[in-house]
Design a protein around this ligand. Structure first.
Ligand code: COA
Length: 308
């Protein structure tokens, strides 16, 4: 069995069964190639390390270059691990362990002080990550509310899905940059990044509500409204945005990543069912003699738009 980088793979389509078995994720090599070109976090990286048997990929660990903000307010480049998977027929043979070692070698070569990954506490991979020194960096607090509407009054006018021409990224970035002052973590963004995640999440301008001092991004599926991101620079604006979102929801409104404590308190005050802990989380491993707390404190921030 050999270890190759993604770029060195002859038969990239053998990633399909591997990724589908692990994540229910099917893609064509062309789609993956397009995503890599569009994503600054993957461009210019090895993309990932693959364990190859014959010409078949039996294990994979993805790598990306991420930019975080540290407590000093500086940009702290770090490694990101994604797409960790071993074929069910090949598990428990240290394949993921060896691929994780390669990923960390890459990050150390780049001079990164930390590696990050998103996972769940309730899957076997969690033990694998703990062995590599990953610690729980942040849980994802959540908020839920059952929306009750007077009978017969819950029909909202369907607005034909507009394209994205009217999205004012400058305004959105201005609000977000103000909102993220004093926060550490995955808070460094530009227009290209936003456009890339908008496409990845299939968001249109109708999925955004932009006010003077705050905005919300949401998705609707069978009456359930999922808050993708909410960034508001006053409690009043957060409340106003939530009232507008509630008017659009038919059954339940939920936000699964409320890392901002002010937003969390607003949800609580408005009677949402809130949970501070989550199965899903972001983990961080120091790659040199440094501690997560020292570098990021307790203000680490990210939203659904920053998941990787
Ligand atoms: C997680 C996964 C990648 C592990 O791959 P693997 O090649 O079997 O991993 P390794 O053999 O290197 O195992 C490393 C450690 O992981 C843990 N582990 C792996 N499989 C395990 C299992 N079935 N039960 C309990 N622990 C397990 C153990 O701690 C193991 O260390 P040990 O061998 O010293 O006990 C694989 O099970 C998988 O593809 N799972 C589905 C996809 C997934 O959950 N990916 C992670 C998303 S964040």
């Amino acid at each position: 069995m050999k270890i190759l980088t993604y770029h060195e793979l002859d038969e990239k389509e053998t990633l399909i069964p591997l990724m589908d078995q692990a994540f229910r994720w099917i893609f064509t090599p062309e789609q993956l190639e397009r995503n890599i070109k569009k994503d600054a976090r993957l461009r210019g990286t090895p993309v990932g390390y693959a364990a190859v048997e014959g010409s078949r990929v039996v294990g994979f660990v993805g790598v990306m270059d991420l930019r975080t903000r540290n407590l000093e307010g500086e940009t702290e480049p770090v490694g990101g691990v994604w797409g960790v998977a071993t074929l069910p027929s090949h598990v428990k043979r240290k394949i993921a362990t060896n691929l994780m070692k390669k990923a960390h070698e890459y990050f150390r070569e780049k001079g990164y002080r930390f590696a990050f990954l998103c996972t769940s506490r309730v899957i076997v991979a969690y033990a694998l990550y703990r062995k590599f020194g990953y610690i729980d960096a942040a849980s994802f607090p959540s908020a839920y509310k059952l929306v009750t509407k007077p009978k017969g009054k819950h029909k909202t006018k369907h607005v034909a899905g507009k394209k994205t021409a009217s999205l004012d990224w400058n305004k959105i970035l201005e609000i977000y940059n103000k909102f993220s002052i004093g926060k550490t973590g995955l808070v460094i963004r530009d227009k290209q990044y936003l456009e890339m995640v908008r496409k990845r999440e299939h968001l249109r301008s109708t999925n955004f509500i932009v006010l003077e001092d705050g905005y919300a991004v949401f998705k609707k599926n069978r009456g359930i409204l999922e808050v993708v991101e909410i960034a508001a620079n006053s409690k009043e604006t957060t409340k106003k945005l939530l009232a507008m979102l509630e008017a659009k929801a038919k059954t339940v409104i939920c936000d699964r990543m409320v890392l901002d404590s002010i937003t969390f308190d607003v949800y609580k005050a408005l009677g949402y069912h809130v949970e501070r802990e989550s199965h899903d989380l972001i983990m961080a491993a120091p790659l040199e003699n440094v501690e997560f707390e020292q570098v990021y404190g307790d203000k680490f921030h990210m939203t659904n738009l920053d998941l990787f």
